[in-house]
Design a protein around this ligand. Structure first.
Ligand code: ADP
Length: 162
């Protein structure tokens, strides 16, 4: 049984994340999507909201679990029997930081490898930051986030401006 962890802020989850989840779920027996509490980044959506949204948009994948994660990824992977971290790469700009993190995680947990999946070409421009920027001005989010969560994402982003 091969288990992988896909960590992120998912603030909020986008089509770019769902594409990575779908592809990674085909490569592993179990995929754990780990929503980081993320104290540094000051997320807009609480970790509970982010987890609920992730659960809604991944409900149709049988082997995907969504959990909260706070701490060291290397420890989390060990505790959950995962030997692979999944990361999405959009552009060279993502690479430098991710390369560094992959090395650090390897130092902390020798049996852990990071697998990078290239972005789906339709989503290479897409980030949670883009969603937050467009949504805060009431822009149409239908190209960015799944329909099951588009309403709640739009509502929260708009209400923050008021
Ligand atoms: P973001 O960078 O969108 O704020 P996260 O920290 O939640 O998001 O990202 C979690 C993971 O998903 C990272 O590995 C990131 O590179 C990847 N990712 C985010 N958006 C995309 C996308 N559009 N295509 C591929 N990978 C992505």
């Amino acid at each position: 049984m091969r288990t992988a962890v896909y960590p992120g802020s998912f603030d909020p989850v986008t089509f770019g994340h769902v594409d990575i989840i779908e592809r990674a779920s085909k490569l592993f027996d179990t995929l754990i999507v780990a929503a980081m509490v993320n104290r540094e980044k000051m997320p807009v959506f609480s970790v509970e909201e982010r987890i609920l949204m992730l659960k809604k948009v991944t409900a149709h994948f049988d082997n995907v679990k969504v959990v909260k994660f706070d701490g060291l990824l290397a420890d989390f992977a060990r505790e959950n029997g995962a030997d692979t971290i999944i990361k999405g790469l959009r552009a060279i700009s993502d690479f430098e930081y991710e390369f560094q993190m992959a090395m650090v995680n390897k130092k902390l947990n020798r049996s852990l490898d990071t697998v990078f999946l290239m972005t789906g070409e339709k989503y290479m421009y897409l980030s949670s930051r883009v969603v937050k920027a467009v949504g805060s001005f009431g822009g149409d989010l239908s190209e960015f986030v799944p329909q099951e969560i588009a309403g709640e994402v739009a509502e929260k982003l708009l209400s923050r401006r008021k």
